[in-house]
Design a protein around this ligand. Structure first.
Ligand code: ZN
Length: 266
């Protein structure tokens, strides 16, 4: 599988922050005697002098509130991958967080590991996180985001925005309030980062909705709309939690979608 690809003049690198194993019940609700495995693939974009990271893994350690529920497996972490790709944390200028779950914000917030980066968060995601129960993972991100806003390294967005030319965030709630996906565009070339709207191949099915989704109806509707657009544009799609081949194209099949290999003419 390619670990880098181009979108027009932009170079996109698929990184890795290890994998997690959790009980399926933690994602689907109820108790099911099955475990599910997910990877974490933050992406790094070289865009005319800027270096943009999208989502940021779990961070140095599994957060305390997830101990016992999640198991984190990795030989190398996100910062090791930076080294291998020839970058350092100091080089990152922008970080886009799809939402505030701990498996997406780790290295960006706890502790902040990119000293020269501005972090972009949707205000609605922060507001929702403030209202979550005390021990919730999203709630845990609130103090760091508030400190970042105060200190000037975190910017709150209110809706769709073009963070840099050709790097467009689009609010597509459902998994969380203020959940944002990212379109990379240059001329006719485009790629899509879905975040947790459709984080792995199994989630390409709009009828499979996670128990952890804040608004299941919105998640379903947004998933159909966004994946349809990706198919129409023939855009590669980056699946953050997909353990295998996280770069795919999508094709509709009945009332669902399937992944086809990136680069396949199918
Ligand atoms: Zn996630």
């Amino acid at each position: 599988m390619a670990t880098s690809f181009d979108v027009g003049q932009m170079r996109v690198h698929l990184l890795d922050d290890g994998t997690f194993i959790t009980d399926a019940g933690n994602l689907f609700g109820g108790s099911r005697k099955a475990s599910i495995k997910g990877a974490m693939h933050p992406i790094l974009i070289e865009a005319s002098g800027d270096l943009v990271l999208i989502d940021a893994g779990f961070g140095p350690e599994l957060p305390e509130m997830l101990e016992g529920r999640y198991e984190l497996r990795r030989d190398e972490n996100l910062l090791d991958r930076f080294d291998e790709a020839g970058f350092s944390a100091e080089d990152v200028t922008h970080i886009i967080l799809s939402h505030l779950d701990p498996d997406h914000v780790g290295w960006a917030l706890n502790p902040p590991s990119f000293p020269n980066a501005t972090v972009y968060v949707q205000e609605a995601a922060l507001e929702e996180a403030r209202e979550m129960p005390e021990k919730d993972g999203r709630r845990a991100a609130v103090p760091a985001v508030e400190r970042g806003v105060e200190e000037g390294w975190c910017v709150l967005l209110d809706g769709n925005s073009e963070v840099l030319p050709g790097i467009k965030v689009e609010v597509r709630p459902g998994h969380s309030a203020g959940h944002q996906i990212v379109w990379l565009e240059d001329g006719d070339d485009a790629a899509l980062y879905t975040g947790d709207l459709a984080p792995a191949k199994i989630w390409l099915d709009p009828n499979l909705i996670a128990g952890v989704d804040t608004d299941p109806k919105a998640a379903r509707r947004n998933r159909i709309e966004v994946l349809s657009e990706a198919e129409d544009r023939d855009a590669p799609v980056i699946l953050y939690h997909e353990p295998q081949d996280c770069l795919v194209k999508v094709r509709s099949e009945g009332d669902s979608f399937k992944a086809v290999a990136f680069g396949s003419g199918e």
